[in-house]
Design a protein around this ligand. Structure first.
Ligand code: SIN
Length: 338
């Protein structure tokens, strides 16, 4: 009897983009994790420090970027999405892991969730502490991300963020703490956990993503400009006006509570629509829906509400929608749907 050679391990493409997971160094006072430089360790070096990866997957590593995630711009985001889509399209790739800084991971994850048209698992991970810290979290996060990306049960769930043994949906997850290892949370809880290097699922997403998404980045070179203005006491209309002057197609108003617009700005914001700029009401609270026509007459104003999308993700969804649609009605339907 002859046996044909069989492939036993899933083939995972690992895309390095930088962040604290690729960070190193100590402060001059010797403290281990208060000061370090992000994005200095290559993705190949990262995997060489986690030998356990070899029993989970065959890894193909590429260094797409080496940046602090604060330096992500829309052009870098488009580049990342195009590269992840190209990797997913390859027969010899079963899933993709992206190592990424934690500060803007929720934005990149959501953008991939809306634009990568593949059911293959795409998982983002990072670290709250650099590899030189006493209790670095990067190695375990990387191992868990590869475990999730390698598992057949992870297909078709949209883009995932794996941090601190939790599996979050890119639709909902946000960084909610500046320092702790459990810095990532989703308002409705994680989709699942990683237990003994295996994903365990507890919920599924109801909103469309990846293969069901209507957004096609092959048809656009740049994203339409959308600004975000965060609410605080004593606001100034000149901040909105700066976005108008830059050519923004929409402005996300990250309002108090349920997206409230201060009375002293209402007349100014009412005029934006006539000037061709859409106002999108979001909440700065980080969770909960903005109710249409509650505390503002959205129908009369031609304003849009974000449902429960946080302001940074609302910016990305509005920009993708505005690449295809112009009207506030169409943009509102996009927010209800996604
Ligand atoms: C970054 O976002 O690139 C730096 C911070 C981090 O990764 O935790």
């Amino acid at each position: 009897m002859t046996t044909s050679p069989s492939r036993t391990l899933p083939r995972i493409a690992l895309v390095g983009t930088g962040g604290t997971i690729a960070g190193a160094g100590t402060a001059s006072n010797g403290l281990p994790s208060a000061a370090y430089q992000a994005a200095v360790v290559s993705a190949s070096d990262l995997i060489s420090h986690v030998p356990q990866l070899a029993r989970l997957a065959e890894l193909q590593v590429e260094q797409l970027l080496q940046i602090d995630s604060a330096d992500f711009t829309d052009d870098k985001l488009l580049r990342l999405a195009r590269q992840v889509a190209a990797l997913c399209a390859r027969d010899e790739v079963d899933g993709v892991v992206v190592t990424h800084g934690t500060d803007t991971m929720e934005e990149s994850a959501y953008f991939l969730h809306l634009t990568v048209k593949s059911p293959k698992p795409v998982v983002l991970t990072g670290a709250m502490r650099p590899g030189t810290a006493l209790a670095a979290d990067g190695p375990a996060n990387l191992l868990h991300a590869v475990a999730v990306a390698s598992h057949p049960g992870s297909s078709g769930r949209g883009v995932l963020v794996v941090m601190n043994e939790e599996i979050h949906s890119a639709r909902d997850v946000a960084k909610v703490h500046a320092m702790r290892l459990d810095a990532f949370a989703s308002p409705h809880g994680p989709l699942g956990l990683v237990a003994e290097e295996t994903p365990r699922w507890y919920r599924a997403l109801t909103r469309p993503h990846t293969t069901q998404s209507e957004f096609d980045i092959t048809a656009i070179d740049t994203l339409p400009l959308v600004g975000v203005v965060s609410s605080h006491g004593n606001m100034r209309q000149e901040i909105y006006e700066a976005w108008v002057a830059l050519g923004a197609r929409a402005i996300v108003h990250a309002g108090f509570g349920g997206g409230t617009v201060p009375a002293y700005l209402a007349d100014y914001l009412s005029m934006l629509r006539a000037r061709g700029v859409l106002l999108v009401r979001a909440s700065r609270t980080g969770a909960g829906p903005v109710i249409r026509n509650a505390n503002a007459d959205d129908d009369a104003q031609g304003w849009v509400v974000t449902d429960d999308q946080n302001p940074p993700r609302a910016r990305l969804l509005a920009a993708l929608a505005l690449a295809h649609h112009d009207s506030p009605e169409a943009l509102q339907q996009v927010f209800w749907r996604y």
